[in-house]
Design a protein around this ligand. Sequence first.
Ligand SMILES: *[C@@H]1O[C@H](CO)[C@@H](O)[C@H](O)[C@H]1NC(C)=O
Ligand SMILES: *[C@@H]1O[C@H](CO)[C@@H](O)[C@H](O)[C@H]1NC(C)=O
Ligand SMILES: *[C@@H]1O[C@H](CO)[C@@H](O)[C@H](O)[C@H]1NC(C)=O
Ligand SMILES: *[C@@H]1O[C@H](CO)[C@@H](O)[C@H](O)[C@H]1NC(C)=O
Ligand SMILES: *[C@@H]1O[C@H](CO)[C@@H](O)[C@H](O)[C@H]1NC(C)=O
Ligand SMILES: *[C@@H]1O[C@H](CO)[C@@H](O)[C@H](O)[C@H]1NC(C)=O
Length: 263
Amino acid sequence: MNYNTCFHLLLGLFIPCSVVCLAMTTRNLNSDQFVLLKFKDRIADPQNVLANNWTASTSVCNWIGVSCGIIHKRVIALNLTSMNLRGTIPPHLGNLSFLLSLDLSSNNLSGHLPKELGQLHRLRIIQLSYNGLNGEIPEWLGNLQRVQRLEMENNSFTGTIPQTLVNMSNLEILNLQFNQLSGQVPSSIFRISSMKIISLFSNSLSGSLPNDMCQHLPKLEVLYLSRNELSGKVPSSIGATTFKFWHCSIINLRGSFQEVLEI
Ligand SMILES: *[C@@H]1O[C@H](CO)[C@@H](O)[C@H](O)[C@H]1NC(C)=O
Ligand SMILES: *[C@@H]1O[C@H](CO)[C@@H](O)[C@H](O)[C@H]1NC(C)=O
Ligand SMILES: *[C@@H]1O[C@H](CO)[C@@H](O)[C@H](O)[C@H]1NC(C)=O
Ligand SMILES: *[C@@H]1O[C@H](CO)[C@@H](O)[C@H](O)[C@H]1NC(C)=O
Ligand SMILES: *[C@@H]1O[C@H](CO)[C@@H](O)[C@H](O)[C@H]1NC(C)=O
Ligand SMILES: *[C@@H]1O[C@H](CO)[C@@H](O)[C@H](O)[C@H]1NC(C)=O
């Protein structure tokens, strides 16, 4: 094969490939745009934050609250905190397939978490605190194994904490305080060794805690369990012998498991 043939062969391969790749990037970016325009359609935005900014004439990457990856230019973060948005979370968000971080905190969102969010396998941060979200904490959250922060404080979630959360093996912060969760705290969550902060403060959780609950939590700094209906003794693994959860409040385990603060 001489130089020319080789050159033409390479060119012949390169051109169609570039065209296909370019077309794919464009199509995928348009799909992110489609998803976000659907989101905008479905959400009430009384302050017109999105109405005047999320327009098809500019790239999604320049839209307020949207961040894109540097190379592939897909949407990797959506941060719409404190924009006074109302309505239910549209299922379309499940198609933002490159999303790493979702922050919809401090809005007025209600309804259930759509199961389509369970497709967002790259997610590392889920911040949905300070809304009026309700229904059960879905089992499919356990499939999102890269999540490091799951924060859903001050909502109206009911039902029990699902066992499936044990599969979130990178979880560092689990914040479900100020909801209406009931039932036993699944002992499996005390086996996620990456955990740093667990806050279940102010729910209706009941039952006792596993005796060895802190043995598998080498990084735990803070454990907030008060204002629940938990009973029994504090497991010996956290260093106190008797401790009534219903009138005591915060167990603070910053640094070591020896220090138990009553506030
Ligand atoms: C949308 O908001 C962003 C961030 O505030 C701003 O940089 C951009 O210029 C705005 N775009 C339009 C079309 O108003
Ligand atoms: C979202 O933006 C706010 C400030 O606008 C910031 O405080 C917050 O940390 C951001 N959320 C995430 C998950 O980065
Ligand atoms: C998500 O994308 C898939 C494939 O393009 C499509 O079939 C589905 O309808 C989309 N879902 C939503 C809720 O937009
Ligand atoms: C949420 O909506 C209710 C009723 O529409 C309103 O009273 C409340 O102030 C809103 N909360 C926020 C944080 O905007
Ligand atoms: C969180 O919820 C609690 C209990 O419902 C309430 O007292 C508190 O004011 C809420 N905090 C915020 C910042 O909304
Ligand atoms: C955790 O994931 C594994 C593998 O996907 C699955 O077999 C198991 O049932 C899951 N555990 C829970 C408690 O959901």
